[in-house]
Design a protein around this ligand. Sequence first.
Ligand SMILES: Nc1ncnc2c1ncn2[C@@H]1O[C@H](COP(=O)(O)OP(=O)(O)OP(=O)(O)O)[C@@H](O)[C@H]1O
Length: 351
Amino acid sequence: MLRTLRAVDFRCFSGLSLEIPAAGAVFTGDNAQGKTSILEAVCMLVRLHSPRTRRMPAMTRMGSGSGFGIAGEAWEMERRVRWQGGLDLMVDGEPREGPGTYLADGGLLVWMGNEDLDLVRGSAEGRRRYLDFIGSQIEPGYRTALARYRRALKAKNLLLKDPRPREEEIRSYEEVMIADGSLLVDSRARMVSLLSPRASASQQQVSGKDEALGLEYRPAGGADLRAAMEQARERERRQRQSFVGPHRDDLLLTVNGLSAAEFASEGQQRTVALALKLAQGEALAAARGSLPVYLIDDVFGELDPGRRNAVLHALPAHAQKWITTTHLGWLEESHGLGGMNRYTVKAGEIS
Ligand SMILES: Nc1ncnc2c1ncn2[C@@H]1O[C@H](COP(=O)(O)OP(=O)(O)OP(=O)(O)O)[C@@H](O)[C@H]1O
């Protein structure tokens, strides 16, 4: 868990300094005051990842210098991330060479937000990102394999677009894609079997009904990536695009055997999104033997009291929770939020 969080020139904050108790904190405030940015800073500090953008400059406070800094005590280590055109990473006063070594002993996070509904309704990309965020926290080598796979895929696609594609070079990138892609496929399959029973139990708990949530991993290259790539070779060369590999994988979600995207009601879809995130927390805890920190962005105010209480009960009592909300009303009637600090966020200032 985190004990402190500090930030400089991050989003709308020129400076930010917080001490957070073990139970966590609730941040209230109107829209666009900086609540989400606080959770984003935690996500950057712990996982070097923003759920909102892949572009570092977007996180630098507009009108400030050329970068931002975030620091804090997380899982009993003093971490520091500075971005100024490049990343500068430190743990306990020692520089860390790259993201891989920085993240190796980082903590576990679950992000829950209203945009999670896109996991159910949106394209497969969101579901792949869901698996990737888990994979890079618990599967050894996942993050590196994903980065190498993406680079090889980009290079292969560029070569395929060439008026005279160089077959030998394409094949050498395909070899990288097969090696790293197979690791991703195996990891994703393992993760889905870890998530599946937990998501199904969470769906029943949150909905209060006997709804069966199904998760089925659909690797775009089937079980044998090399064979699938060979089979697709002619079509890929003709259409100048890579069709086979983990960048086309999907995670099929069903409620009572029917596609959740096509047949589930909005309430059911919201519950599926929550169940996926609750399952993520449990899967991370099971894989690593320690509780994740939950970053919960504006979710509870949108839920009806029944589901809100079910989610509050489903979250591990001892996990640290960082919760943002615009509405205060529900907080007063909610149990299970004892011991948490309460802050008000207004125009990049916290009180
Ligand atoms: N790089 C940046 N520099 C300065 N301000 C920024 C930057 N990026 C975003 N902002 C502004 O920071 C403010 C806070 O955004 P944030 O999303 O954290 O608000 P919020 O309180 O979570 O709002 P909501 O309740 O609507 O989700 C917004 O006004 C946004 O436009």
